[in-house]
Structures are given as C-alpha cells and as structure tokens.
Design a protein around this ligand. Structure first.
Ligand code: PAF
Length: 296
C-alpha cells in the first residue's frame, strides 16, 4: 500500500518502520520540514523515509494519523487538498472525541479508528525504543470505514497483533478508562505509573474508576467498578516503571490530552446527567497547571 504517516512521534515512527519493513511504500508528514527522516527501532537497521512528499500524499491509500488528539484536525486540514477521496484515514491516539470533527472535514474518505497498547519511547529524534509488545484494535467509524476490515491483515502482518473490532467505540472506552485513571493522577503528582499502587492514591483511584464505569454503562457499555479496577491495576503493574504520556507532557510544559481524556468523559457524564466530581477535580487541576505556564 502507499502509506503516509502523519505525526511520526514514538508510536507513528514504530508503525512507519514496521510498515516499511513489511514492504509498503511509506513516507512521513512531520512537523519538521526536512525532506527525509531517519527511524531506527531499538538496535535494528536505521531506515530513511521521505518527509513532506506531496506526490506520495496524492497517491496515498492510507493516511495513518498518529499526532496527539488535540492536534488531529489541525494537522489533517492542510493535507486535505492532496488526499484522494478513497484514501483511508486512520486515527490512532489516546483519548476520544476527534472522530466526529475529523469526519466533518473529510470529503467522504473512509474513517477508521484504532487503539494500541504498544509501549514505545522516543529516545531521540530518530531512535525509538519498543519497550512493550502490545496489541492494536481497529474499527470503522463511518460507513466506508466499516468496509476496511482488510486493514487488519495489512497491519497485523507489519506489527502483530492487530484485530478488527466492529465495536471499536467499546475498545476506545476501555482505553479511555485506563487513561482517566492513570494519566491525570500521575501528571499531577509527577509519579511513575507504578507509584499509583500506593495506599495514598487507592481511594481517589476507586472514585475516579467508579465514575468512569457509570458513564460507560450509560453509554451502553457493560462494565463494572470491579472489572475496570482489575484492568487499571493490571496496566499500572505492567507499566510500573513508565511515566504516562500526561506525566511527561506536564513535566515538559506541553499541552496535555486532558480535554480528550477526562474532558471527554465529563462531556459524556453531563449528557447523561451523571455527577463525576472526582474526575472534574482532576480535570481542573491539570487545567490550572497548564494555565500557570501561560500566566508566568
Ligand atoms: O498514556 C499513556 O501513557 C498510556 O496510554 C498508559 C496506558 C497510561 C501507560 O502509560
């Protein structure tokens, strides 16, 4: 396939590298304006991919969008005039709430959503460390996207395991639950994921997860506090030494994904008239931290 990866950060670079090695024609669209970009994964062979190659974009069968949720629509917008209408747009990021605005700016393209649990760390501009093997789930958002099940084989061949989930919203909600629980608290307290195991945080974590499970049930997703708690603690333990993406964003004074994680949860809670005070408090704290950089 002709593939363009928009936003080759850690996860985008891992996919670009894997898809290139699987024989696809891959180019990049990054924030930097160089004509090429080098990617090395762990101690493997470094590859050089074209960057900002407009003819490649015009021929793209797949646009893999791996920028963070707050940047999705603004990153896609300038590319639209070059995309042909059958080019599949695949969004892969933490958080929810970008699919609807993206579908509005597209001109009938198939839109597919993905969530992945691969652990990736960007050591330098070109060196990516694949720290944890994960799985990826895909599913269609619009009618054309729902016909793109063949992508499961394409992506699975490049970076297993990949599965097609006809109910991708459910998978995205489960990932959102994990992010609502881990990301804001690790960011506010500037701790590793594993430090959330401390008794100091257990009550607050319970309250956060309980609110998320109520909203998920109202969204038609069957889950319980016990099930979500088990999943969240599994991820906390599996990623104990890691710093969450929001912890890093706050540490480096970068705008976080809070609007698309806890913010999205609060929006849906409001729509269902569900009180979510613990999540609201975390949301406010992250917003206050972000605001403090702007006013200082
Ligand atoms: O955002 C992150 O960092 C990750 O999604 C997760 C699962 C919380 C692990 O750090």
């Amino acid at each position: 396939m002709n593939i363009v990866v928009l936003g080759p950060g850690a996860i985008g670079s891992l996919w670009a590298h894997s898809l290139h090695c699987a024989g696809h024609s891959v180019s990049l669209w990054s924030r930097s304006d160089g004509h090429t970009h080098t990617i090395q994964v762990d101690d493997g062979r470094a590859i050089v991919l074209a960057n900002h190659d407009t003819p490649a974009l015009e021929q793209a069968d797949l646009l893999l969008v791996t920028v963070k949720a707050p940047q999705v629509t603004q990153a896609i917008q300038p590319l639209l005039k070059h995309l042909h209408s059958e080019c599949i747009v695949l969004l892969m990021h933490n958080g929810m709430g970008t699919a609807e605005p993206t579908s509005k700016i597209l001109t009938g393209n198939p839109l597919v959503l993905a969530t992945t649990t691969h652990g990736v760390y960007r050591q330098s501009d070109s060196l990516i460390l694949h720290t944890g093997l994960g799985t990826t789930q895909l599913g269609g958002y619009n009618a054309k996207g729902k016909q793109c099940q063949f992508l499961e084989d394409v992506l699975h061949h490049a970076l297993p395991n990949v599965s097609w989930n006809p109910n991708i919203q459910e998978a995205l909600w489960h990932k959102l639950a994990i992010n609502c629980a881990i990301n804001p608290m690790t960011a506010i307290h500037q701790i590793t994921n594993g430090e959330l195991n401390s008794n100091n945080y257990s009550k607050e974590l319970d309250r956060v997860i309980n609110e998320v499970s109520q909203v998920m049930n109202a969204e038609g997703i069957t889950t319980s506090l016990a099930t979500l708690k088990e999943t969240v603690y599994k991820v906390i333990n599996a990623t104990a030494k890691n710093h969450s993406s929001m912890q890093q964003d706050i540490f480096y004074h970068r705008t976080s994904e809070i609007d698309f994680i806890t913010g999205y949860l609060l929006e849906r809670a409001k729509a269902h008239n569900i009180a979510a005070p613990s999540n609201a408090a975390l949301y406010e704290q992250i917003k206050r931290i972000e605001q403090s950089w702007k006013s200082s």
